[in-house]
Design a binder for this molecule. Structure first.
Ligand code: PEP
Ligand code: MN
Length: 353
């Protein structure tokens, strides 16, 4: 990815007043490098009583901002009426929010309204880590004949503490990129990180993963913002952050690079093969244990033993500079597969007897 192919969407979380919408657009235009100006017109709030956006009157502010700054505009739509209103006010990019992507009824209603228009539609990942819902939403929009489609990775909500507001779970957008290689994927670090610090580290990770753009919440005075004030940044901070990003090419054709890369990839392939054989051997032993447990009528799950296995793996893994999270996930997967094999063994033997 080189900067020239990269699109940046910036602007406040919410449209708050005519003056704020127009002045922010001009300030964002001034820093350069931004393609679309975003402002939330209808805000989905978790609790009632918060600021829910200006509604239709905000669309005329957005149109004024577009005319004054020359920037294209973008906003979130969640109902058929939102789509009609936004298109009437010449909004250039509509995005489907994370709370809407989860609902196939709503997505279908949007798709039916969009049919026959040449709208540009970006689809945020659903709030929950459900790849199929995201895929389904994209398919509904594509089936309505919309061709200018994009994906927005805004992270996934979770219960409990995390350093992120929404966990990035990079494996999910990576799989989406594999399934839809021709659809651009952009990163929304604001909703992933949830605060000002660390936005550009997440954005850099997305650039290293060959993303095609970013959507970043930008406010003239973040501390006084009516929504998402902890994560919005000033236009000059946006400029500084964008300037410090390191742009990567997605391929290089020099012979020396290709030979070196090929050699390393071959080694990776050998290791992957060895890993799978090793895992199969581990499962053979798990099956033997399963047989022993069955003969002695002992339960498959043994919590003490599982804790011991997990602790040992985490200790060794972290001492080798592998992350605790990774080791835990990997061990959980291995454990689940062992249990599956041990259970199916018990079932087969029940059928034989
Ligand atoms: C937003 O972009 O302001 C927003 C509400 O995003 P999400 O749908 O990702 O929560
Ligand atoms: Mn927001």
């Amino acid at each position: 990815m080189e900067r020239k192919d990269y699109q940046v969407i910036a602007g406040p979380c919410s449209a708050e007043s005519e003056e704020q919408v127009v002045q922010t657009a001009l300030a964002i235009k001034d820093i350069g490098g931004v393609d679309y100006y975003r402002a939330g017109i209808w805000k989905p709030r978790t609790n009632p009583g918060g600021y829910e956006g200006p509604g239709v009157k905000g669309l005329s502010w957005l149109l004024q901002a577009k005319k004054a700054s020359g920037l294209k505009t973008a906003t979130e739509v969640a109902t058929a009426k939102h789509v009609e209103d936004a298109l009437n006010f010449e909004v250039d990019l509509l995005w489907i929010g994370a709370r809407t992507t989860v609902n196939p009824f709503s997505v279908q209603q949007l798709a039916d309204t969009l049919r026959g228009t040449d709208a540009t539609v970006y689809i945020k990942n659903p709030v929950n880590p459900d790849l199929k819902l995201w895929v389904g939403a994209v398919e509904r929009i594509l089936k309505a004949g919309i061709t200018k489609v994009g994906l927005i990775h805004r992270g996934f909500s979770q219960y409990g503490n995390s350093r992120f507001r929404n966990e990035p779970l990079w494996q999910i957008p990576i799989e989406m990129k594999r399934l839809f290689p021709d659809i651009p994927m952009i990163c929304d670090p604001s909703h992933i990180v949830g605060k000002r610090d660390g936005l550009f580290e997440v954005l850099q990770t997305s650039i290293d993963l060959d993303y095609n753009g970013a959507i970043i919440e930008t406010h003239l005075d973040p501390n006084s913002a009516l929504t998402d004030k902890d994560q919005q940044i000033e236009p000059l901070a946006l400029k500084a952050g964008l300037e410090q990003l390191v742009w990567k090419k997605n391929s290089l054709d020099t012979p020396q690079y290709s030979i070196e890369l090929d050699g390393l990839r071959k080694q990776i392939n050998v290791h992957d093969e060895q890993l799978i054989h090793l895992i199969r051997n581990r499962m053979n032993i798990a099956e033997e244990i399963g047989r022993l447990k069955k003969d002695n009528q002992v339960t498959v799950l043994q919590n003490n033993r599982w804790n011991e296995v997990l602790d040992k793996a985490v200790l060794l893994g972290t001492s080798l500079d592998l992350s605790e999270d990774f080791i835990r996930h990997m061990m959980e997967l291995l454990h689940l597969e062992s249990i599956r094999l041990q259970n199916s063994l018990q079932k087969v033997e029940q059928q034989i007897h």
